[in-house]
Design a protein around this ligand. Sequence first.
Ligand SMILES: Cc1cc2nc3c(=O)[nH]c(=O)nc-3n(C[C@H](O)[C@H](O)[C@H](O)COP(=O)(O)OP(=O)(O)OC[C@H]3O[C@@H](n4cnc5c(N)ncnc54)[C@H](O)[C@@H]3O)c2cc1C
Length: 246
Amino acid sequence: MATSDPAPVMSTAATRRGVSIHEDCEVTELRRVAGRAHDVHTSVGVVRADQVVVATSGYTGRLTPWLQRRIVPIGSYVIVTEPLSDELIDDIMPTRRVAADTNRVCYYFRITPDNRLLFGGRARFAVTVKESDARSGRILRRGMTEIFPQLTGTRIEYCWGGLVDMSLDQMVHAGERDGVLYSVGYSGHGVQMATHMGSVMAQMVGGASDVNPWGSLTFFPMPGHFGPPWFLPPAAPLFKFLDKVS
Ligand SMILES: Cc1cc2nc3c(=O)[nH]c(=O)nc-3n(C[C@H](O)[C@H](O)[C@H](O)COP(=O)(O)OP(=O)(O)OC[C@H]3O[C@@H](n4cnc5c(N)ncnc54)[C@H](O)[C@@H]3O)c2cc1C
């Protein structure tokens, strides 16, 4: 079956090379055996791994406390309208280019190949769950109609959200800590970079030591961050205020 979703394409390429993928299988504990070798405890059993790469992005949690202190999970959301007429698209985005604003709490948008407006942004700094995604969708819709009042009566047909992995300097950080390799901190820009870092991490697993483009960066913890990000609710209005006055 032809597909435009890159995930099945990548997983097919991986399985063709002998990779075994286990979905719905949470890693609950990493117990170091020696060097990089770990017993990996999961919700369905334990495996002994010669090497472990942690790439948990916005879902980084107490499995790796050192990383958890350095990664803030922030919800990010997208809405997609019903198909728009050519006239309406000519009116709102005549060049059909991808656009983004420069705010701290930013919006980004583009016309999809089937003539819908895809409109994304942080909406609010909440941890994403199904119910709150719908609420974030409504906030995004308000933002969309402020920019494009022409879309006031337009139906939203899709809405989704997920977590992104914000580091303090909003840079990617990759390396090795306590025998565990990691690559995180894409800060909402991981589509290309995480894919690239996949091949960099594979080389590191293979023994290469000079391939990590982020190796010289110091990975600072987020001050005051030890578990769930208690500071996000007050941070959102602060950032929105700073966006207004700057
Ligand atoms: C709504 C939205 C829009 C976005 N738009 C863009 C965009 O336009 N451009 C862009 O560059 N980026 C965008 N991003 C960010 C981009 O999706 C991420 O940066 C990228 O997916 C990171 O890839 P990754 O493989 O590192 O992590 P992810 O794709 O997040 O994968 C991490 C995986 O780790 C798994 N995991 C975590 N903990 C455990 C555990 N203990 N056990 C087992 N599995 C675990 C998770 O289930 C998840 O599958 C967007 C993100 C969202 C949510």
